[in-house]
Write a protein that binds this ligand. Structure first.
Ligand code: MN
Length: 360
């Protein structure tokens, strides 16, 4: 995956896509704010130049995120229960190009991977991850110094002849801001530097409604979310990373019972894993959840206390490498955020996680 680099520059990307008449845009399953913001930004930029764009999102999508998506702007393929119906997609050969944003790996593109694989020559990847699979897209623009894929699109828009001159609901600037704000933890993460604040200032300057978007995206939790948070915090223990008592990793659990007794759902727990990172001396956090009986999902986070590795925006500031930790459980992700799955009892899973943290 080391040759996951650009094959085209932004100007070439503009020429290539402006020469099309119908384009599909998609991203990773369970799209986050950057995936959705990027899909909407590509759609709005190209539509401004007369290109027809169909956005395909693979759910489940958090209701808060859906609130920034006009219902007629996207097709949602639900992947909730294993059964996936791709028939609504129709014949993908009607598209001159397929744009894949904010990811470059087939596992993340499930369930679309099977229909994308045979169309590599027509696929254009736009991404800010340092790693990806060159087999996904024949044409790629990758900038791992960008804090979000929408930051790349902000630079691309003028090359398409599109000016970011409005910031209200449904605007290009709003879509770009949603990706930038959510991928930088609302400008708290180390990936938010001078360039990102300058872009944010430009977007606010044309009227992006930051306060409305924050309320819409971050203040829509259900009471069950706080009930699950309470139970997760009550379960918390800390384990010294590699025996170093100054570098502790928090371990929290949400058992099947916790979901049943609170009425909480898997979507109520997003972000809970980050809570222990506010504690002094805690450099990492692991949340084990059993939202579906028999499957333990592991979510790993690192705090951002260490030096910045060159050129890898996604890795900036990770205190411990949780990608490597997740890999020991057959999972993966980024240096600072990763996930895995286990098929075993909660107590067995916790025992293995605690043992691996103690190893460091
Ligand atoms: Mn992103």
């Amino acid at each position: 995956m080391s040759d996951y680099a650009s094959t085209i520059d932004l100007r070439g990307l503009a020429e290539r896509l402006l020469a099309t008449s119908r384009v599909m845009v998609c991203s990773h399953a369970k799209p986050d704010g950057d995936a959705i913001g990027s899909c909407l930004a590509v759609r709005r930029i190209l539509r401004a130049r007369g290109v027809e764009v169909e956005v395909v999102l693979c759910g489940p999508i958090e209701p808060a995120l859906l609130s920034v998506v006009p219902p007629d702007a996207v097709m949602v393929i639900e992947t909730n229960r294993g059964q996936v119906d791709l028939a609504p997609l129709g014949d993908l050969d009607r598209f001159d190009a397929i744009v894949v944003v904010d990811t470059g790996t087939f596992p993340q593109l499930e369930p679309l991977a099977e229909v994308l694989r045979p169309r590599r020559e027509r696929i254009i990847g736009i991404d800010h991850h340092a790693r990806g699979d060159v087999a996904v897209a024949a044409t790629r623009f990758v900038d791992a110094t960008a804090a979000s894929t929408t930051e790349i699109l902000a630079a691309w828009a003028p090359l398409c002849g599109v000016t970011l001159d409005a910031g209200g609901a449904g605007s290009i600037a709003e879509a770009i801001f949603v990706g930038l704000a959510t991928d930088t933890g609302w400008f708290r993460f180390p990936s938010a530097g001078p360039r990102q604040f300058l872009l944010a200032a430009r977007l606010l300057g044309v009227g992006v409604e930051k306060d409305r978007l924050y309320a819409q995206l971050e203040q829509q939790g259900r009471p069950q979310r706080l009930q699950l948070l309470g139970r997760a915090l009550a379960s918390m223990r800390t384990v010294a990373w590699g025996g170093d008592a100054a570098r502790k990793v928090a371990v929290m659990t949400l058992a099947r019972r916790d979901y049943e007794e609170t009425g909480g759902l898997a979507t109520d727990t997003s972000g809970l894993v980050n809570e222990p990172l506010s504690l002094a001396g805690v450099v990492g956090s692991v949340l084990l959840t059993e939202a579906e009986p028999g499957t333990i999902r592991l979510s790993f986070r690192s705090s951002g206390a260490a030096a910045v590795p060159e050129g890898e925006a996604e890795c900036r500031g990770a205190a411990i490498d949780v990608n490597q930790l997740a890999a020991r459980f057959g999972g993966g992700g980024h240096v600072a955020a990763a996930g895995a799955r286990m098929q075993c009892s909660m107590s067995d899973a916790v025992g293995r996680v605690v043992a691996e943290i103690a190893r460091g």
